[in-house]
Write a protein that binds this ligand. Structure first.
Ligand SMILES: NC(=O)c1ccc[n+]([C@@H]2O[C@H](COP(=O)([O-])OP(=O)(O)OC[C@H]3O[C@@H](n4cnc5c(N)ncnc54)[C@H](O)[C@@H]3O)[C@@H](O)[C@H]2O)c1
Length: 481
């Protein structure tokens, strides 16, 4: 009965080995279908066991559309569908299987946008590679999409492939014809990019070339398409002056100009984002691309209205020292009785936001697109905290739940200021209508309870930092298990 409601998925096997992106080695995961290692593993699948089957294919999966039952206006929400409305706006979510991307795909689909996920599933492979796992068990992308269809009657398209492969990306663009592209599809961990040379090269290649391909695809196949690109507040570093939203007006030797705000990135990952921003700004000028660069703060939380609807829609929650982000990590540490790991003095201050606000910000950016040729920059966060402040908040919330929460200062694996001035502007999304979910006791309670619920899945060995900015080297490194 349930199956009747599921969207059917077909795998289109396209031959060829268009290779451009050569990420570092992977450990073979213990699944019956594994991603291969040293030769562009993320686009090639081989079947384990039978040597006769060890033949490589590039696999593109496309969810076959079963037709949109209700075509309502974008932005109207699931309950307000209207039969007479015109086609919804089409949004391609690159990286739609990831933490921010999955929550955003569901949110936009719920708001009646027509959504297609583009993802090469490499984030899942990083887990196999490093022996990590999400705190929450996550369903495969195919099952996620089927579950959404069975619950809501809405299709989400799926293109499985690497955006560094321009042929794949072109086919996806031509087939889906997006009005907007939300680009989350990058290697997003600073520690991962600092493990060794191969991960540094992979990160910069994957992120910079992927984004360049997206820009060329827009130019070739959808020049009116609005690019909403995820950057990070980390691009700015921690200057001793206020951080503006993308641009700063400077008077120098009696002359005045408004210039891109200086970037002081502090990892090979953050540097890839800076380069992306430059490439996007240049193509807005040169080709008239319309783009919004969202300098996102650190995201926390796991539930959104949509991901909470069913276990198969649950989002990933990373708590390990490579992919986990500050507040999420602290909540899991508190849940398992591990001291909260403050790096160095703990005065490191950053912008933060709830994942429910990530999805809201993306929706606002899409609904209010940049003009042709415009390169807009929004700082996407709602509050700023130091690491010590976060540790104090988690300690207080944990004690209320009867948890014994302690804090320990560990040697800082990063090269960064541990005490500094920080005041970053973030007014543009508020002006578009963002209604923030500020960090509250109830959110911390719910995040902590969630972490307690899944604490048996925690591998405590993954908690302490294992990647040192100073010790990164040319030789392939194994992150200690
Ligand atoms: N999570 C945060 O706190 C945070 C903060 C600031 C900025 N961001 C940015 O937001 C974006 C999404 O972050 P996230 O936490 O969801 O990351 P994530 O790793 O969970 O998701 C990224 C997704 O992109 C996919 N991907 C990577 N390279 C790809 C490629 N070449 N082709 C196709 N798919 C590819 C991955 O498989 C993954 O599903 C990233 O660009 C990140 O830099 C995230």
């Amino acid at each position: 009965m349930e199956n009747a409601a599921l969207v059917s998925c077909s795998l289109n096997l396209l031959s060829g080995s268009r290779s451009c992106n050569k990420p570092p080695s992977l450990l073979t995961p213990s699944a019956s279908v594994s991603l291969q290692v040293s030769q562009s593993p993320f686009r090639k699948i081989h079947l384990n066991g039978d040597k006769r089957l060890r033949k490589y294919h590039t696999v593109y999966a496309m969810a076959v559309s079963m037709g949109q039952e209700t075509r309502a206006q974008p932005g109207s929400g699931s309950d307000n569908g209207s039969d007479e409305a015109s086609s919804p706006k089409k949004v391609m979510v690159i990286g739609g299987d990831g933490y921010c991307g999955w929550a955003t795909s569901l949110h936009l689909s719920n708001k009646n946008y027509e959504v297609a996920v583009v993802d090469n599933l490499v984030r899942r492979s990083f887990d196999h590679q490093l022996g990590l796992d999400s705190l929450t068990p996550i369903a495969s992308i195919h099952n996620r999409i089927r579950r959404w269809k069975s619950l809501m009657g809405k299709d989400i398209g799926l293109y499985v492939g690497d955006i560094c492969d321009f042929e794949f990306l072109s086919e996806a663009f031509k087939s889906f014809e997006p009005d907007a592209v939300v680009h989350f599809g990058e290697q997003r961990s600073a520690p991962y990019s600092m493990i060794d040379r191969s991960r540094a090269v992979y990160t910069q290649h994957n992120n910079v070339i992927g984004t360049l391909n997206v820009l060329f695809a827009i130019k070739e196949f959808g020049e009116d398409c609005h690019l909403v690109k995820l950057g990070t507040m980390g691009e700015y570093g921690t200057p001793n002056i206020d951080i503006e939203e993308g641009f700063i007006t400077i008077t120098h030797n009696g002359r005045i100009d408004t210039l891109p705000y200086p970037k002081q990135a502090s990892s090979f990952y953050h540097l890839s984002k800076v380069h992306d921003s430059h490439n996007i700004a240049f193509t807005c000028k040169a080709w008239g691309i319309r783009a919004t660069d969202l300098n996102q703060g650190v995201v926390y939380g796991v539930k959104t209205e949509e991901t909470a609807m069913h276990e198969e829609l649950y989002n990933r929650l990373d708590y390990d020292a490579v992919f986990g982000t500050a507040l999420n990590r602290f909540c899991v540490q508190a849940a398992v009785g591990h001291p909260l790991t403050v790096y160095g003095k703990g005065g490191q201050t950053r912008g933060y936001l709830d994942i429910r606000d990530t999805v809201q910000c993306i929706e606002l950016a899409i609904a209010n697109p940049a003009q042709r040729g415009e390169f807009r920059v929004f700082n996407q966060f709602t509050e700023q905290f130091s690491v010590n402040e976060l540790a104090a908040l988690v300690t207080k919330a944990g004690k209320k739940l009867g948890l014994d929460v302690r804090t320990v200062s560990v040697p800082n694996p990063r090269v960064e200021a541990e005490e500094h001035y920080y005041n970053a502007k973030h007014t543009k999304l508020a002006e578009l209508g963002l209604e923030p979910h500020l960090l509250s006791d109830s959110l911390l309670d719910s995040l902590l309870n969630f972490a307690v619920q899944y604490k048996d899945r925690v591998d405590s060995k993954q908690i302490m930092p294992s990647v040192s900015w100073r010790k990164t080297g040319a030789k392939p490194k194994t992150v200690p298990a």
